[in-house]
Design a protein around this ligand. Structure first.
Ligand SMILES: Cc1cc2nc3c(=O)[nH]c(=O)nc-3n(C[C@H](O)[C@H](O)[C@H](O)COP(=O)(O)OP(=O)(O)OC[C@H]3O[C@@H](n4cnc5c(N)ncnc54)[C@H](O)[C@@H]3O)c2cc1C
Length: 414
């Protein structure tokens, strides 16, 4: 079976490794960029994604790139604690959670793909068309520096991100991704280690928020590399460009007064080398991902808001699920139907959950119920309610510890 993958992002590269692991050999990845530059800042991979990487035999390569957070804690704008929970191994999963630089993750996955696949990644190939043929095959058309170029395959996997051409070819009237009205500023900074040096924190509410997590162990001087996302509701535009750099100072100013005993947020923002501005956008759920031998995967299928750390994780799980069904079904059509049944309804529900702010709802509830702060969080959001919000989200995202630990493997190797 000949398979082509559109996009060498996290999802496309994970799909290449997963398909290879499932026994396919005629796999080629096509990427629009002329060079894979490893762009971005931090990204979180949840235990269910680490399980898949582990079963692909690449978890050690990936784990070496980042830090496994052991706790996730939510705070108010004033730094009052709302909720805290163990993460990864500390929460009883058989696999850790991992905070990693997206660029380093992408470059490492690229190296693994280059090592394992027969065909090198074809750079400088921008997908511009897909046609279904009478014999059941699919033909992809690419624009390259040397002119247009066509490739025919049994399966085309559209893993070309939030601005997916594969998706736009099937849904030409969809337009730009809808904007939430929130703007995100993402950066990497070096600041004194906070809390236990392995905690991911979120402070604020639905209108303004700061998220931070370590990307490396603290160095001997007690400082550490930290990824942050500052977020605020404000007039702006929903034009989504992952690489738009802006001046840190006005962003730090927006967070003036957000200085806690253990973290000075304006100082952390001001110390960033570079801040990337990005509108918080997602994509509406689709009624269908697969057409003939073509399907969608990762952000091309279900781009979501970043609350809950789903982007990279769900793309990796899509990749493994797709490879499993292609290797075990009788026909391509049956495989793509099973893949879609396994993933699309779950991602549609999760998308709705992230639009309702996912696990971060506790922060909004604390702001609404006790805008001036509180003496005891139990009087504001009872423990049972906080526990339920956290568990509901893990159910929707597919990573309740017991369910994940006991789920059969998606590996199909003998
Ligand atoms: C430059 C960049 C920086 C990012 N930074 C972050 C970050 O800091 N933190 C975070 O959480 N998430 C980041 N993301 C998003 C994150 O990678 C995804 O949400 C998630 O990993 C799902 O991956 P994906 O493979 O579906 O999409 P992506 O990782 O977005 O990959 C899509 C790939 O498809 C390629 N492509 C697009 N159109 C075409 C086409 N027509 N033909 C061929 N190839 C095409 C793109 O160049 C890209 O390599 C970033 C994405 C990009 C592209």
């Amino acid at each position: 079976m000949k398979i082509i993958i559109i996009g060498a992002g996290i999802g496309g590269l994970a799909a290449a490794l997963s398909l290879h692991d499932a026994g396919f050999r005629d796999i080629t990845v096509y990427e629009r960029s002329s060079r894979i530059r490893g762009l971005g800042v931090g990204i979180n991979l949840l235990p269910h994604a680490l399980r898949e990487l582990s079963e692909l035999g690449v978890a050690d390569d990936i784990a070496a790139l980042g830090v496994a957070p052991t706790t996730l804690s939510y705070f108010t704008r004033r730094g009052q604690p709302i909720w805290s929970e163990p993460r990864g191994l500390a929460a009883g999963y058989r696999w850790p959670q991992l905070s990693v630089h997206r660029g380093r993750l992408q470059l490492t996955l690229r190296d693994l793909v280059e090592e394992r696949l027969v065909e090198p990644i074809r750079l400088g190939h921008r997908l511009i068309g897909i046609a279904s043929n009478a014999d059941g095959t699919e033909t992809a058309r690419f624009a390259t520096a040397d002119g247009d170029h066509e490739v025919t395959a049994d399966v085309i996997v559209g893993a070309d991100g939030i601005h997916s051409a594969s998706r736009a070819l099937r849904y030409p009237d969809e337009g730009s991704p809808p904007w939430s009205g929130l703007t995100l500023w993402r950066g990497v900074t070096r600041i004194p280690a906070f809390l236990d040096g392995r905690t991911m924190i979120m402070a604020g509410d639905g209108d303004q928020k700061f998220v931070a997590y370590p990307l490396a162990e603290p160095s001997p001087d007690g400082r550490m590399q930290v990824n942050f996302i500052a977020e605020r509701r404000m007039p702006g535009s929903g034009d989504a460009d992952w690489n738009r750099a802006v001046d840190p100072s006005p962003i730090a100013e927006m967070f003036r007064g957000w200085t806690f005993d253990w973290l000075d947020i304006p100082v952390a923002i001001d110390a960033a080398d570079e801040i990337l501005e990005y509108p918080m956008v997602d994509r509406d759920p689709l009624p269908r991902w697969s057409f003939g031998g073509t399907t969608l995967l990762g952000d091309a299928a279900h781009a979501m808001y970043p609350n809950g750390s789903n982007g990279g994780s769900q793309a990796i799980i899509d990749a493994r699920t797709l490879a499993f069904h292609l290797a075990t079904a009788d026909t391509v059509e049956q495989a793509l139907t099973r893949y879609e049944e396994a993933r699309r309804p779950a991602m549609t529900a999760l998308l709705a959950g992230t639009r309702a702010t996912g696990p971060e709802r506790v922060m909004q509830l604390a702001a609404e119920r006790a805008p001036e702060g509180f003496d005891d969080i139990d009087d504001v959001i009872p423990l049972e309610e906080r526990e339920r919000i956290a568990a509901d989200y893990k159910t929707a995202a597919g990573f309740l510890p017991e369910a994940l630990n006991e789920r059969p493997s998606l590996s199909v190797r003998a």
